[in-house]
Design a protein around this ligand. Sequence first.
Ligand SMILES: O=C(O)CCC(=O)C(=O)O
Length: 287
Amino acid sequence: MNQGQPLTLKLDNVQLSQVQLEQYRRDGHLVVPQVLLPTEVIAARPALMATANREREKLSNYERSVGASGSQFIYDLREIDPVVWQFIASPRLAQVAAELLETDRIRILHYNCFFKPAGGRGTAWHQDYLYIPLEAEKLITAWVPLVNLTAEMGLLTLASGSHRCKTADLATANQYSQGDLEQMLSEQGLQLTTVGNLAVGDVSFHSSLTLHGAPPNRSHQMRAVVAVSYYADEARIQDPEDYQLNSPGTLQSIAYRQHFLREYFPHLKPGDLAHTSDHPIVYQRMN
Ligand SMILES: O=C(O)CCC(=O)C(=O)O
């Protein structure tokens, strides 16, 4: 692996307020303005664009229209461009992720380019934990725009508070029409929130338990976003079959989690700490 050593951190700390921490605990997601300097995003953008454009070739037409794959692992951390690695292993991103997860050390799980082309389809409603065999509450994603985003580009939309309800209704949310989804959520005391227009440097964080999706890209511009997922160092591997929701997607979820375990943690088994040099620590608290 050619990522280099990001562990010695001289942090220019991002200070999250109590209000922000409480908002994340309450909603299961949070936009943090200007986590990254616009100049550092712009500097890394050509390498990220080149990677996304190359890897997108592996997607089906449908997946390319959505901007990402729900089932293929195409962004390999072991063969990553050094500039892309520097970007996704940014201590500032990882520090915010660690603070929101309330942990001292954080590992990188993976990254995905969600490049939704002009006219591209919406992203189906889902909760990330249904596909990842790790302790769900110890898993978080940073959704990082590479361009300024406006409403018509298909902004990330999240069901606030849904991280507190593991229900079959949420697990099958992609089968609901928009109106039925909103009604089902409101019956559970939840509502949809969009991240709003985001500027380069702003980042939206969400828990792996939070239901989310995105509408189509109705603009004439590529909606270029990189999503970086992290897990707390103390997170353990979960049995892919230990999946209690009796929903129509259960078997598919189990198969996906088994595949994930084989691809990401081939030497580990359920109950083990998810410690492997393929998923290194990218932030640790100094004091
Ligand atoms: O960008 C999108 O459309 C979806 C992003 C997503 O599902 C994620 O970051 O987990």
